[in-house]
Design a protein around this ligand. Structure first.
Ligand code: FAQ
Length: 310
């Protein structure tokens, strides 16, 4: 078969809802797009450990500390899972890490904001993991097998993360006036950056058309953002917290919540590296990588020793 016929067969398979596996023929562009998107996702999970890791020593009780530790550890696991899935596309993890540490690779904008109070742990679980679930539930049906299977397991854990976050917020929102104020302040700071997580509006999303054609993405950035808003507004009402958007309005006809303008200039600034915590996040990742040099060396030496014995 020539290239054209192979492409036709590949697209027919996608169209028929078949899953593409690592050894199957795929267009180079599909492979490249998956490496880009999956590695950004893996980096996001790993950098995403930092904002919450910041609060492990200050969790208000042993129970909270254990849950937060477990959550942050889960994020590391998700990163490793997705790096492994990305490696099935023929790229080495060391190369992906180099792209992150050199500042060449992107990771989610949301992790470039600071975590200023304990209530941020609640809101990250509720909003950020909530957004991740909306996004990743669709990716669990994506056309590339290793990615979609990783998403199934990851979504299960994200559900636990979201519940622990919403529980923290429920307790603060029903607590002393000071605690309620802390919860509202966290909601005010995280709402808009969470909406930005879903990516630019569809009209400014250069990758969406191709990714949707090949069923990597099954819903567009705007569709998923809308779903998140529709799911989250009733949850905010249930705990008497206010979403910081004066333009929020329920549209009876469409059945959707309409929301105000997102500050896309802020989003692009953060994506370009100029967010409040970009430099600090990369500094922390580089330090962790350097500090781990001896572990990698020891693991390699152990593997070599084992190989020569067998
Ligand atoms: N941040 O054409 P599109 C989590 C970039 S995991 C930074 O629309 P696409 C778990 C985009 O890369 C969160 N950059 O791109 C957790 C592209 O640049 P490029 C991560 C962004 O791929 C919770 C350009 O803008 N989740 O939260 C962002 O079609 C709590 C144009 O954009 C995933 O990665 C952004 N927000 O759609 C962990 C899910 N948005 O590469 C710890 C998988 C866009 O051409 C604690 N990824 N850009 O130079 C996706 O679903 C998609 O890749 C999107 C972007 C929706 C993120």
């Amino acid at each position: 078969m020539n290239e054209e016929q192979l492409l036709q067969k590949f697209e027919d398979r996608i169209h028929a809802g078949e899953i593409i596996e690592p050894k199957d023929w795929m267009p180079e562009r599909y492979r490249k797009q998956l490496i880009r998107m999956m590695s950004q996702h893996a980096h996001s999970e790993v950098v995403g450990m930092l904002p919450e890791g910041n609060w492990i020593t200050r969790a208000p009780s042993l129970r909270r500390k254990m849950a937060l530790l477990a959550k942050v550890q889960d994020e590391a696991g998700h990163g490793l899972y997705i790096y492994s899935a990305t490696e099935t596309l023929g790229i080495d993890r060391a190369e992906l890490l180099e792209q992150l540490l050199s500042g060449q690779a992107k990771y989610s904008s949301i992790f470039n904001y600071p975590t200023l109070s304990w209530a941020d742990m609640g809101v990250i679980g509720w909003f950020v993991d909530g957004a991740a679930i909306v996004n990743q539930t669709m990716l669990a049906k994506s056309s590339y097998g290793p990615y979609s299977r990783a998403m199934v397991r990851i979504c299960k854990e994200e559900n636990f993360h979201k519940k622990q976050g919403y529980e923290i917020i429920t307790i603060l929102a029903n607590g002393t006036p000071e605690q309620k104020k802390m919860a509202q302040d966290a909601v005010n700071r995280w709402w808009w950056p969470t909406l930005m997580m879903f990516g630019p509006p569809d009209k400014d999303s250069p990758n969406s058309a191709e990714l949707m054609k090949w069923k990597v993405k099954l819903k567009s950035n705007d569709e998923l953002r809308q779903r998140f808003v529709d799911l989250t507004i009733p949850q905010a009402k249930a705990v008497n917290l206010t979403i910081p958007d004066p333009d929020l309005k329920y549209n009876e006809e469409s059945g959707h919540w309409e929301f105000g303008k997102i500050n896309w200039d802020e989003f692009w600034q953060v994506v370009k590296g100029n967010g409040p915590m970009n430099k600090e996040r990369l500094r922390a990742r580089r330090k962790a990588h350097e500090d781990g040099t001896w572990v990698r060396k020891a693991a390699m030496a152990y593997a070599e020793k084992h190989k020569s014995k067998s």
